[in-house]
Design a protein around this ligand. Structure first.
Ligand SMILES: Cc1ncc(COP(=O)(O)O)c(C=O)c1O
Length: 381
C-alpha cells in the first residue's frame, strides 16, 4: 500500500531513526530505575541527566532549569497554574492572547473559576500580538503574561522578546508555549528573555508523551505531583527514561541542524505555495508572510469546504483542516476567528506543514493533487 504524503508535521512528527537508536538500549537491556543506587540504576540515571543537558542545549539554559513532563499540555499547566498559585498574594490577573493553544486557554479558564481574571489580547489579521496591547493590559495585579512563541495552525511567530521586556519592566513572570517552535527556529531563552518555556517531544521527532518545562530561577515550579523526590522533588514518579532519552537526542539533532533545516523547510514550503499559486486562483495565505515558522503553510481556498478537499486528496496527501463544515453550520478554528478570516475563505482552510522527511518530489506531487482536487470541486460548486 502506498501511504499518503505526510504534510502534517505540526500535528506530530515521525521518530527520527537516530532517536530510535538512542532509545533502543532503554527498551531492551537498560531497564533499571534511575533512583536505584545499584548497578542497574547507573546508566538510566546518567541517560536522564545527559538528556537534560541536551534539552538545555537547545534552550541555552542550565540543565538544572529543565524539568521533564509528559508534553506541551502538561508543561503549560505546570507553568501557568504554578505561577498563579505562587503569586496569589500579589495578584490574580493573567494576560494571554485569544490565539493560544487550548493547552493555555483552558488553563486560564480553569483558573478563572478559581478567582483569577484573564485578559485575552486580540491579534492582527496576520496573527501578531501587538506589544503595545500587552503594555496597556498590565494591571497592578498582573502576575503572568503567557503568549505562545509560534502558532500551531498558521505559524505566526510572536515578538516574545519585546513582550518579555514589558513583563520585566513590571516585574511580571513571562511564559511562552514553544511546543511548535523548538527545533524549527531558535529558542534561546536568553534571547527570548522568558521565565518559563514549554516544549513537546512529539513535535521534534521524539515520541509522544514526553516534554519539558524550562523555569528560570529564582522562580520555582509548583510541586505538581506529590510522592517521591524525582525531578528535583517537583514532579514525583519514576522517570520515563525511554522517552526522556528520545527527547534529549531529538533536541541534540535539532540543535545541530537548525540552520540547514530552517532553510530546507522554507524552500519546500515556498515551493508548495508558489506551485499552488501558479495553478489556482482564489488562494489566501493565513499567517504572517515573514514572521512565520519556516515549515508552515496555511491556505484558504475561497468558497470550498476544507473537509471536502481533504476527502478528495486524502489517499495521496495528509494535511489538516482549519474548519469543519456540518450540514447546517461551519465550525471555524479559534485561530482563524481571532485573525478575522472571512467565512467564505476560512471554511476552505488547510494547513500543510513540511518536515525533515519531506522531499521535493512529494511537494511536486502535492501541488498536482491539491490543484486537481480544488479545480474539480470548483467545477461542481
Ligand atoms: C502550540 C501547542 N501547544 C501545546 C500543544 C500540546 O502539546 P502535547 O500534545 O505534547 O500535550 C501543542 C500540540 O499540538 C501545540 O501545538
Amino acid at each position: 500500500m502506498i501511504k499518503p504524503i505526510y504534510l502534517d508535521y505540526n500535528a506530530t512528527t515521525p521518530h527520527d531513526p537516530e532517536v530510535i537508536e538512542a532509545m533502543r538500549p532503554f527498551l531492551e537491556a537498560e531497564f533499571g530505575n534511575p533512583s536505584s543506587s545499584h548497578w542497574y540504576g547507573i546508566k538510566p540515571k546518567q541517560a536522564v541527566e545527559t538528556s537534560r543537558r541536551q534539552v538545555a542545549g537547545i534552550l541555552n539554559c542550565r540543565p538544572t532549569e529543565v524539568f521533564f513532563t509528559s508534553g506541551g499540555t502538561e508543561s503549560n499547566n505546570h507553568a501557568i497554574r504554578g505561577v498563579a498559585r505562587r503569586s496569589r498574594e500579589k495578584g490574580n490577573h493573567i494576560i494571554t492572547s485569544n490565539f493560544e493553544h487550548p493547552a493555555v486557554l483552558e488553563v486560564c479558564r480553569y483558573l478563572e473559576a478559581d478567582g483569577f481574571e484573564t485578559t485575552y489580547l486580540p491579534v492582527s489579521e496576520d496573527g501578531l500580538v501587538d506589544p503595545a496591547d500587552v503594555e496597556r493590559a498590565v494591571r497592578p495585579t498582573t502576575i503572568l503574561i503567557t503568549v505562545m512563541h509560534a502558532n500551531n495552525e498558521v505559524g505566526t511567530i510572536q515578538p516574545i522578546a519585546e513582550i518579555s521586556r514589558i513583563a520585566k519592566k513590571h516585574a511580571i513572570a513571562i511564559h511562552t508555549d514553544a511546543a511548535q517552535s523548538v527545533g524549527k527556529i531558535p529558542t534561546n531563552v536568553e534571547d527570548l528573555e522568558v521565565d518559563l518555556l514549554s516544549m513537546a517531544g512529539h513535535k521534534v521527532y521524539a515520541p509522544k508523551g514526553i516534554g519539558a518545562l524550562y523555569v528560570r530561577p529564582p522562580l520555582e515550579p509548583e510541586k505538581f505531583c506529590f510522592g517521591a523526590g524525582q525531578e528535583m522533588g517537583w514532579r514525583a514518579g519514576t522517570e520515563n527514561v525511554l522517552e526522556i532519552v528520545g527527547l534529549g537526542k531529538a533536541c541534540e539533532i535539532a540543535q545541530q541542524d537548525l540552520e540547514n533545516n530552517m532553510a530546507r523547510m522554507k524552500f519546500l514550503r515556498d515551493r508548495l505555495h508558489e506551485g499552488l499559486l501558479g495553478r489556482l486562483f482564489d488562494i489566501r495565505l493565513n499567517g504572517h508572510l515573514q514572521h512565520r515558522l519556516p515549515n508552515t503553510l496555511n491556505l484558504s481556498f475561497k468558497g470550498l469546504e476544507a473537509n471536502r478537499i481533504l476527502e478528495e486528496i486524502g489517499l495521496e496527501v495528509a494535511a489538516s483542516a482549519g474548519a469543519a463544515c456540518h450540514s447546517d453550520s461551519v465550525e471555524i478554528s479559534h485561530v482563524l476567528k481571532a485573525m478575522g478570516t472571512p467565512l467564505e475563505w476560512a471554511m476552505g482552510t488547510l494547513r500543510f506543514s513540511v518536515g525533515r522527511m519531506t522531499t521535493e518530489a512529494q511537494i511536486d506531487k502535492t501541488i498536482r493533487v491539491v490543484a486537481d482536487a480544488v479545480n474539480k470541486l470548483k467545477a461542481v460548486c
